[in-house]
Each structure stands twice: as structure tokens, then as C-alpha cells.
Design a protein. Structure first.
Length: 690
């Protein structure tokens, strides 16, 4: 008797080479192979046409008449077959001649599939085929039905693990289940199966790999999409309930004098959305359970000042706050802006933590943090390190939180005694993704931008208009403005026919704008070099900054009012919108100029057109989701979004709503539920390590 954890070497055709190859793609037992779902399907049901035509793809039962070897530039085996209507077709084999000559004997019944060609009669080169036995209920695997196709690399194909190889192995496992030798337990509650009219797991596995028809395939797909979403919803519900059970010390002073002083001295008024967000974020601080919130806002909507005002409610109570940014440039900018904003408020222990600092300086900072002298720690990934310890960490703020991995976020959370978590993103997230990925968080949105912001004008030109664009830029620079010119890559690449940031900089500096002061900024530069360039740009000692997407997030230079993006078709909507947010921060009308070649994809046309039509990041996020899908929009590995094998977060919105509802009813996790969550999701392995 077998179970789903049985080793693959029980299957016929699995030797050491195939076993290792399958392990390399995380397939090591019956279950992982059964859950290696097809990437797409071919309909190879029997062709039912009176006349066969050149160029058609057909699937037919035939009988072998004879075979012979044909010699020429390339030797080949010709196998003559006839259909039930008497039509003759030649099957041509250039490879495996000896094997096919031995196998395809006269009077043998076959089912063949392939593309018909006309060369001295109808022929198919290297057709798919299956030998039919005398039994009428022969279960075809490769032809005469809807055929599954599986992802396979060249290395896998070389050892016979192409789609056909996967079909053979999976068929063996399902046959064991049919014959009562393999138990496939149901993982979904019975009441849910009835309520949602879902087919059982064992039948769904049969139909998703070897569909009877399109209706059965749809039912199987629906079952597994629900299953994935249900267990992810259970994970979110469990996290939420786990947080609710944790107790923490109540803060004695819910109002902050420092926050009030800061707001009174701001050179601008907070927007209604910011005020509302602050009030919503403050509510959970009066409870004795830790909170977790996602603050999302469009580019330039004022998330940082909102987060800072919240942070002051903690630091006024001598409770530490950790503010983490994904890049050193952004962390340093947050530090400088916060220090400027808090100039008129009572003293507050603020410190910047970066990766490359002198060992003595680093140790001194770590000691002050551990002693509680530093109340607001601003920094990068260096704050995740084990030697970083807090006296009383009460709030962790992640800026651009989707750029941090699940384990990284968890490593900071455990440095405090159940601290509150505030995740921030300037990448507006479509509602579907919010419901799915952040269903356990308090969702807060800032849509309105500060008063007086002038909308950015976005225009798209093909590269034959580049000279005209540069001439216009020259006029603005002479008026005292500054500009960014962004390239998609740092150095030249033979694979990509793109001008690099470094090459572009040299060309612009020597041939196009020799009269202006120019700077170069990219990710491979040392921290000190980057800081020096940014400092000069902020002081207007650099008029045109040539850069890469290192400036995508958070760079704030109010006098920079022109942004030119080269090869703009190479960027996603979200990146382009983030880059556009580097301008439009001052009193001047600002421009974002997109330049591309004339030969770009239809998706790129849709992206660039959308950018020219709206400045609304939330509307653009929906377009981006439609074009690229959820995994690409957020970046699956770092967002925490599971790599769903079946579920589609656009197509399956009704299932998302259903699983959210059902997970609340079935929130008491059984051992089976915990096992499923642990095996499916990275965060499950952290929550249920044993």
C-alpha cells in the first residue's frame, strides 16, 4: 500500500538520474509529482472529418500496413498506415529508426497525432502515437483526448522527462489509486465540498492531468484554485487570531506632545486622508494586542510624515521605533528629512544605521540602541542582523515593504515584545491583491496628494524625436531647473540591444550637453560616491543626473522638474509611475518624457499609453495587474505572495471572496490544516516549524 509521501523510485522508469533531476525541481514524492500541474493543454480528440488536408493537426485511429527504410541525404523509416476510411498516411521517422521499425509491425492498431504535410502523398513527421490493445476501453495517455503539457527544461528532456515522460509517471500513480493501492485523502472539509459544489480531490487529480472533456477540466481547475486560496486564507486568519491572543503593555499616553508640536510647525497642512490615516493607525495603540497595518498611498501622497507622526506616539512613551528602508539612499533621505522636520520639537534620540560603517561607530550605536538611548532607529537591512538589539521595540515600520522577504520581516518583529507593524508601500496595490495577500492586516489608503501639487505632464516619443526632446530640456536647464535621465541597465549587454547608463552618460556629457554639469548614479557605485552625487544634485551643483532605477523610490529634489526615461518600454507601469514621482515635488510644472523605439510589443504600447493618460497610481495598478499578472506586479518571492499553481487572482475573484468567508468559519486549524499550510507557503514553515 502506498501513500502520497511514497518515494518516486517505486515507479517504473525512475532511476537515479531521473530521481535527482526531479528533486532539482522540488519533486520528491507522489504528492509533489501529482501537484506538478500542466502548464497548458492540447485538444487531441479524434479528428472527425471526411477529407484530410495539408497543414491540419489530426488525431486518428489507424492500422499499420507496412514499413521500409528510405535512403538519401538522411536515412528515414517510412511507416504506411491507413485510416478507417481507407486513406493512406506515411509516418516518417528520422531518429530512433531501429526502435520504431521493431515496434511498428504490420496490422498493429495505433492512434496517431501530428501535423499533416503533403509530400508525394500525406505524411506526418515524428507523430505522437499510442498502440491500441484489443480491449475497447484502452485508456489513452498521449493521443485521442485533451493532452496535458508540462514545463520541462532541456536537461529534463534529455533524460526523457518531457511532457510525455511526465504523463507516463503521473498515470502510474493515478492507476495505483484506481486499483486501491494508493490512498489520496481529502484535505477540504466535507461541508465546504458540498457548499461550494467542489469535486473530490482524487477525481480532481485525475481530471486535471487526464481530462475527460473541457467541462471536467474546468471543474478540476476550480477545485484546486479554491484549495490553494482556502489554505492561504486560513493562514491569514490564523495569523490574525494569533495576534489577537497576544497581550502587551498598554501605553499610558495615547496622545503625543511631540506629534502635536510637529503638526503645528509643518510648512504645509496635512490632507484629510493623512489625518484620517493617523487616527485609524492610533486606534489599535489603545488596545492590549499588537496591531498590523498596511499604509498604501500614491507617489508623493505623504506616507512618510504620516508614519512619523504615528511613531512619535510611541517615542513619547520611551518605546522604540524601527524604520526600515530598502536602500541606503532612501534610508539616508528619511533620516535627513525627519531631522529637519523635528527641528522645533523636543529632543528625540534618532540614529541612522547603514551597512558600511566603521566597526567602532557601529558598536557604539548598537550599545545605545540596546540601552534605550536611541528611540527612533532608521536604517536598511543592517537592522536585521542578530547583533542589533532593542531595549523596548514597540513599532516596526517597513517602507516599500514588498521589497523585504518574509523571513527578513519576521527577524525584526522578534526583536521586540510583540511590536506593532506598519507596512508602507508607494506601489498602489489592486484590491484583489490586497484582499488575498494582506487579508490579515488593517488596510489604510492615502489617495489625495498635498494641496498645491501641480499634475505631472507625461508624453511619449519614439527615439527619432530624441534630439527635439533634448533641445527642450536644454531650455529648462537654462531657466534653472534640473533633470533626471534614466536608463534601464548600468553596463552594455550583448543580449540586450540597449544603451547603458554609463555609455549614455559619456555620450550626453561629451556630445549633447557639454555646457552643463552632469552626474552619474547607479547601484554598483560605493555608498560614499552615491551620497556625494546625491548631495551635489540636491544643491544644484549637478544639473542633469544620469541614473538607473536606483532613484525609483523616495528621492526628493524639489527643483528637479524633468524626467526622461530611455527605453521606457523595458519598464513596468509601476516602475515608470514610481520614477515619475521623482519630479513634481516643487513649485514648477513638471514633465515625464518616455522614449522608446518604434518597434515595441503591444503590452508596452498599452503600458506607455496608460502612463500618458493618468497620474492615478491606483488606476495604473489595475492596468498593470491586467497586463502582467499578480506575481510580476509585486514580485512573488519578496512580496510574500505565494506562487499559486492554479489560482488566478484576476479570474478567481469570486473564489477569493468565498475562501475568505469559509476560512473564518473553519479558523480552528487541525493538524492536517497546519501540514497543508506548512507545505504550501514559506510563512507556514515559519509559523509551524515542527
Amino acid at each position: 500500500m502506498f501513500d502520497l509521501k511514497s518515494n518516486l523510485d517505486h515507479l517504473k522508469g525512475i532511476g537515479p538520474a531521473r530521481l535527482n533531476a526531479l528533486k532539482s525541481i522540488s519533486i520528491d514524492n507522489f504528492q509533489s509529482l501529482l501537484y506538478y500541474f500542466p502548464r497548458k493543454y492540447l485538444d487531441r480528440n479524434f479528428t472527425d472529418k471526411l477529407f484530410l488536408k495539408d497543414g491540419e493537426f489530426i488525431t486518428l485511429p489507424v492500422e499499420v500496413i507496412d514499413s521500409y527504410l528510405a535512403h538519401g541525404k538522411r536515412s528515414r523509416l517510412i511507416v504506411s498506415v491507413k485510416t478507417h476510411r481507407g486513406e493512406r498516411i506515411s509516418l516518417v521517422f528520422f531518429k530512433g529508426i531501429a526502435f520504431f521499425q521493431k515496434k511498428l509491425k504490420a496490422n498493429l492498431s495505433l492512434v496517431i497525432s501530428g501535423k499533416l504535410e503533403y509530400f508525394r502523398g500525406l505524411q506526418i513527421v515524428h507523430p505522437e502515437f499510442e498502440v491500441l490493445s484489443d480491449s475497447e476501453d484502452t485508456d489513452l495517455v498521449h493521443t485521442g483526448r485533451i493532452i496535458p503539457l508540462y514545463s520541462s527544461s532541456e536537461e529534463l528532456k534529455e533524460i526523457g522527462l518531457d511532457s510525455k515522460g511526465f504523463r507516463k509517471l503521473i498515470r502510474q500513480i493515478l492507476d495505483l489509486q484506481k486499483n486501491g493501492k494508493l490512498n489520496i485523502p481529502e484535505v477540504l472539509p466535507k461541508d465546504i465540498l458540498r457548499k461550494r459544489k467542489l469535486i473530490p480531490r482524487n477525481l480532481a487529480l485525475e481530471e486535471i492531468h487526464f481530462p475527460t472533456d473541457s467541462t471536467s477540466l474546468k471543474e478540476a481547475r476550480n477545485r484546486f484554485a479554491y484549495e490553494e486560496l482556502f489554505f492561504f486564507s486560513l493562514l491569514l486568519e490564523y495569523k490574525k487570531q494569533k495576534r489577537e491572543k497576544v497581550k502587551r503593555v498598554l501605553y499610558p499616553y495615547p496622545e503625543s506632545k511631540s506629534a502635536k508640536a510637529l503638526i503645528a510647525n509643518l510648512p504645509f497642512e496635512l490632507t484629510d486622508d493623512q489625518i484620517s490615516a493617523i487616527e485609524e493607525l492610533k486606534k489599535p495603540t489603545s488596545r492590549d494586542v499588537p496591531s498590523a497595518a498596511l499604509l498604501q498611498g500614491d507617489v508623493g501622497s505623504g506616507k512618510t510624515i504620516t508614519a512619523l507622526i504615528l511613531a512619535l506616539h510611541y517615542t513619547d512613551n520611551d518605546i522604540q521605533v524601527c524604520f526600515v528602508a530598502p536602500t541606503e539612499i532612501l534610508a539616508r533621505q528619511h533620516y535627513e528629512n525627519i531631522m529637519n522636520l523635528l527641528g522645533n520639537t523636543p529632543f528625540l534620540g534618532i540614529e541612522l544605521f547603514l551597512g558600511k560603517e566603521k566597526e567602532k561607530t557601529k558598536k557604539e550605536k548598537y550599545q545605545r540602541l540596546k540601552n534605550g538611548e536611541i528611540l527612533l532607529a532608521i536604517g536598511t537591512h543592517t537592522l536585521f542582523q542578530e547583533e542589533v538589539k532593542f531595549a523596548d521595540l514597540g513599532l516596526v515600520i517597513f517602507d516599500e515593504q514588498h521589497k523585504f522577504g518574509v523571513e527578513q520581516r519576521e527577524s525584526l518583529r522578534v526583536k521586540g515584545k510583540n511590536p506593532d507593524i506598519l507596512a508602507m508601500t508607494a506601489t498602489p496595490i489592486p484590491r484583489t491583491l490586497c484582499l488575498t495577500l494582506y487579508g490579515d492586516l488593517q488596510l489604510i489608503t492615502i489617495k489625495t496628494k498635498p494641496k498645491g501639487r501641480i499634475p505631472i505632464v507625461t508624453k511619449w516619443f519614439e527615439d527619432d524625436k530624441r534630439e527635439a526632446v533634448y533641445n527642450s530640456l536644454r531650455k529648462y536647464i537654462l531657466q534653472g531647473r534640473q533633470a533626471f535621465i534614466v536608463y534601464p541597465i548600468i553596463e552594455e549587454s550583448e543580449k540586450l540591444d540597449l544603451e547603458s547608463c554609463i555609455t549614455g552618460y559619456e555620450n550626453l556629457r561629451t556630445k549633447v550637453f557639454p555646457e552643463f554639469k552632469m552626474g552619474l548614479l547607479h547601484g554598483k557605485m560605493k555608498s560614499a560616491e552615491k551620497d556625494s552625487v546625491m548631495d551635489k544634485f540636491k544643491k544644484n551643483e549637478i544639473q542633469i543626473l544620469v541614473t538607473t532605477t536606483v532613484v525609483e523610490v523616495g528621492i526628493d529634489v524639489p527643483n528637479a522638474s524633468i524626467l526622461i526615461i530611455e527605453n521606457s518600454d523595458r519598464f513596468g507601469i509601476s516602475q515608470l509611475h514610481q520614477l515619475r514621482g521623482r519630479v513634481g515635488r516643487g513649485q514648477w510644472e513638471s514633465f515625464c518624457i518616455l522614449i522608446s523605439s518604434g518597434k515595441i510589443s503591444s503590452d508596452a504600447v498599452e503600458r506607455l499609453t496608460a502612463l500618458t493618460e493618468t497620474n492615478d497610481g491606483f488606476a495604473l495598478s489595475e492596468v498593470d495587474l491586467k497586463i502582467r499578472g499578480p506575481g510580476e506586479v509585486l514580485g512573488i518571492r519578496q512580496s510574500g505572495l505565494p506562487d499559486f499553481k492554479v489560482a488566478d487572482l484576476q479570474m478567481d475573484m469570486p473564489l477569493i471572496e468565498q475562501t475568505r468567508e469559509d476560512s473564518k468559519i473553519h479558523s480552528e486549524l487541525s493538524d492536517l490544516d497546519k501540514t497543508e499550510i506548512k507545505e504550501r507557503f514559506e510563512e507556514g514553515r515559519i509559523l509551524f516549524p515542527n
